[in-house]
Design a protein around this ligand. Structure first.
Ligand code: PRP
Ligand code: URA
Length: 192
């Protein structure tokens, strides 16, 4: 697929395999999410850095927050926006509850972060919002994606660059990624 990068670097794959382990606790999980975001960021943030473009990192709340510091370690001058979305547990449809983006958004390269790209509903909605607010140069970074979500995001927004740490097998009947890593937000923040 055009505009889609699926990482194969052994260091990224090794760290993702530790994320999947149920025995990996909150502290280590959080650190790994940040490290993987930084490693992926070397590729995803290369063009804006070289071109000297202003950047905005936009995490999808909550789980996307876990990736922000990894990107900021590479691009400390980046501004940070936030998009609040939660997935309805029954319909799996995303609902927006917050959106605040740095201006002028149309002049920035926007890196949207979310560790999980499952059905793709949240990612498509987030990019829809960013475009409505005037965003033009958009990249999307997910640590784990399901084929269904990757296809849906790419088809809905063929103009954006998508970076995926690992492409997993499928979604289960609850629209969770298999094998996946469980609920990313709960594992980063220690909630249940
Ligand atoms: C998770 C995840 C994504 C979304 C992915 O968030 O962080 O945002 O689900 O699913 P989708 O591709 O099917 O939309 P969740 O809604 O659980 O919210 P949280 O981060 O606040 O826990
Ligand atoms: N959200 C998660 O956190 N994990 C999944 O597998 C799917 C959605």
């Amino acid at each position: 697929m055009d505009n889609v990068t699926v990482f194969t670097h052994p260091l990224i794959q090794h760290k993702i395999s530790i994320l999947r382990d149920k025995k990996t606790g909150t502290n280590e999980f959080r650190a790994l999410i940040e490290e993987i975001a930084m490693l992926m960021g070397f590729e995803a943030c290369m063009t804006p850095m070289i071109a000297g473009k202003k950047m905005a990192v936009v995490p999808i709340l909550r789980a996307g927050l876990g990736m922000v510091n990894g990107i900021l370690a590479l691009v400390p001058s980046a501004k940070v926006g936030h998009i609040g979305l939660y997935r309805d547990e029954v319909t799996h449809e995303p609902h927006e509850y917050y959106c605040k983006l740095p201006s002028p958004i149309e002049q920035r390269t926007i890196v949207v972060t979310d560790p999980m790209l499952a059905t793709g509903g949240s990612a498509v909605a987030a990019v829809d919002f960013i475009k409505q607010y005037g965003g033009k140069h958009i990249k999307f970074m997910a640590i784990i994606a399901a084929p269904e979500g990757l296809k849906r995001l790419h088809e809905a927004h063929p103009d954006i660059q998508i970076y995926v740490g690992h492409l997993d097998r499928e979604l289960n009947e609850n629209a969770y990624i298999c094998p996946g890593l469980g609920d990313a937000g709960d594992r980063i923040f220690g909630t249940k």
